[in-house]
Design a protein. Structure first.
Length: 212
């Protein structure tokens, strides 16, 4: 394959979306995603490139319909105000401009960040558009659930969507679910790529210009 020169990308209208990097989805949590914590250093490396970083949080009431006691598929997780619902302690918060919470009503599950709102009730798509965002780079947990749903909704909302493969991990209830989710995102129009390609596109040296 021919070597392709790395082109500089413009990030001024791009946002990083960090999906559900919460303690309950990391090793030791109640719905731990294998290697879930390994997305944290990848996200911390990418965050400084973006003028807008948004973190979503699964934010369930104790009687949420997705919990087994209510007939749902999952153990209790990300209960509002609990330590398991907090973002991973090593996640760098300094670039985060909005926190979007979803799944807050007992009777309705919400996998996609686009079903969530910030603290003033503003939906994710709105707060991105208000900031002039046209492109989103999606990372987080879990590839086969909330990341998948967030990527597919971002495409429906008309954003250019990049799915950062090494910045996400899958639950893999069935082996291969994560790979199939990535294939689905690609088929729907997302660019699936690794963080090193994104960092290279941000840092590629511009053509030298003569200065006197
Ligand atoms: C998620 C299962 C249940 C996720 C949330 O964030 O991917 N998965 N609730
Ligand atoms: Zn949930």
């Amino acid at each position: 394959m021919a070597e392709q020169a790395t082109r500089l990308r413009d990030f001024h209208d791009a946002a990083l979306i960090v999906v559900d990097v919460q303690n309950d989805f990391c090793p030791g949590g109640s719905l731990a995603v294998p290697e879930g914590d390994q997305v944290v250093p990848v996200i911390n490396k990418l965050a400084p490139l973006f003028p807008v970083v948004v973190a979503t949080q699964d934010w369930h009431p104790p009687n949420h319909c997705s919990f087994r006691a209510q007939g749902g598929p999952w153990p209790p997780h990300c209960v509002q105000g609990s330590p398991g619902a907090e973002l991973h302690p090593q996640l760098d918060r300094s670039h985060i401009v909005a926190y979007v919470k979803k799944g807050t009503r007992p009777e309705k599950d919400a996998y996609s960040g686009f079903e969530g709102t910030d603290d003033s009730g503003n939906p994710l798509a709105e707060l991105l558009r208000q900031r002039g965002i046209k492109k989103v780079y999606v990372t987080g947990l879990a590839t086969d659930y909330c990341v998948r749903a967030t990527v597919l909704d971002a495409l429906k909302e008309g954003f250019e969507v990049h799915a950062v493969a090494d910045g996400m991990r899958a639950v893999n209830v069935k082996p291969g679910d994560g790979e199939r989710a990535l294939e689905e995102m690609r088929a729907a129009g997302a660019v699936v790529e690794n963080s090193d390609a994104i960092l290279a596109a941000a840092h590629a040296a511009p053509a030298p210009t003569a200065r006197v």
